[in-house]
Design a protein around this ligand. Structure first.
Ligand SMILES: Nc1ncnc2c1ncn2[C@@H]1O[C@H](COP(=O)(O)OP(=O)(O)OP(=O)(O)O)[C@@H](O)[C@H]1O
Ligand SMILES: [Mg+2]
Length: 323
């Protein structure tokens, strides 16, 4: 796969991410971790970041997990499957040529392994294209959910340890493509009513995709984002999801952090600018936990199935305030 620079004027420097920067970092997975790189002929780790509700931190999560993975030495490719392309824009890439965007993966005539990717500070990006919206009207056959899976089989991502799909807040042919191609799913969720409802609907979609289209898909993991410990309702919704889904909810959380929303648009992430910021520390811990979780599930030969431990709906905002 050819690489092009994401920012022609100012090529960002690769900063080695040093976990010793962090005072109380619990993890060790970042340092001298060459042994965790994908051994030859082993499948790469492929995961999708989804939540049918908007604004839950999907793009921020894709960008910072990719940043942490890249800086820890893992060859990481992010594929922006959101037609609105916020990730692409946050990384400073405006209107990429269609032939050099994710759109090219939906063209039989193009060999996926020849599509150039943008080489950024610590990971590579296959950018989104505004033309994805127009293209969606043509993608109406049942087999149109298979494009990403087939692209990976034809060599897209062959030189990477991890491939991450960022998706839009909707069930579209693009998000289904991401789920059909992935082994894992991460659902970023704000501990608030609408986001939790969206997260549970996404969980159901993941189960449906596993049953009908992709038996290798593991049960989804939930990640709490934009957590504010002072808010009582955040506690209520965190308890609700944890009681219902148990250890499918990551222990690590991402707290609110203004620094996370201030991107430099030059292909860098918060890890490059301010690795001590709360948002960087949180995503470092999330990535550590994710690596451990994915590795233990990859060790299992077949997909495990899991269902919520109890039924029920999330408390309404009124009930959450009164609890
Ligand atoms: N931990 C955080 N603290 C503060 N702001 C955050 C945090 N995470 C994300 N944000 C901000 O919240 C907004 C939504 O985040 P983001 O774009 O990552 O969500 P999304 O789920 O990808 O949204 P969409 O559904 O529109 O694609 C952005 O302005 C982002 O900068
Ligand atoms: Mg997004």
């Amino acid at each position: 796969m050819k690489r092009t620079s994401g920012s022609s004027e100012k090529k960002p420097k690769l900063t080695k991410f040093d976990r010793r920067e962090f005072d109380s970092a619990p993890c060790c997975a970042y340092l001298a971790d060459e042994d965790l790189l994908r051994p030859a002929r082993q499948p790469m780790t492929v995961f999708a970041i989804c939540n049918h509700k908007g604004g839950t931190g999907k793009t921020t999560t894709a960008m910072h997990i990719a940043g942490a993975l890249g800086l820890s030495g893992r060859r990481t490719l992010v594929i922006d499957l959101d037609p609105q392309g916020f990730l692409t824009r946050a990384l400073g890439i405006e209107n990429p040529a269609e032939r050099e965007s994710v759109l090219a993966l939906f063209d039989h005539k193009i060999d996926p392994s020849t599509i150039p990717v943008q080489s950024l500070s610590s990971f590579d990006l296959l950018p989104s294209s505004e033309a994805l919206t127009r293209k969606m009207r043509e993608l109406n056959k049942p087999t149109d959910v298979l494009w990403m899976k087939e692209s990976l089989e034809k060599g897209l991502g062959d030189s990477y340890d991890v491939v991450i799909f960022d998706t839009a807040a909707a069930v579209t042919v693009y998000s289904l493509n991401a789920l059909v191609a992935s082994r894992h799913v991460l659902i970023p969720v704000l501990p608030e009513y609408q986001s939790v409802v969206g997260a549970e609907q996404t969980y159901q979609t993941v189960s449906m995709v596993r049953n009908r289209l992709n038996p290798r898909l593991q049960p989804a993991l939930f990640l709490f984002t934009q957590v504010d410990a002072r808010k009582g309702i955040h506690k209520t919704y965190r308890s609700y999801l944890r009681e219902k889904y148990g250890d499918q909810v990551l222990d690590s959380i991402v707290r609110t952090s203004t620094a996370l929303s201030e991107t430099e648009k030059d292909g860098t992430t918060l890890f490059d600018h301010n690795p001590r910021a709360r948002g960087a520390r949180d995503y470092a811990n999330v990535t550590d936990e994710l690596i451990q979780r994915l590795r233990s599930s990859e060790d299992k030969s077949s997909s495990s199935t899991s269902s919520p431990s109890k039924a029920g709906s999330p408390p309404t905002p009124q009930e959450a305030m009164n609890s």
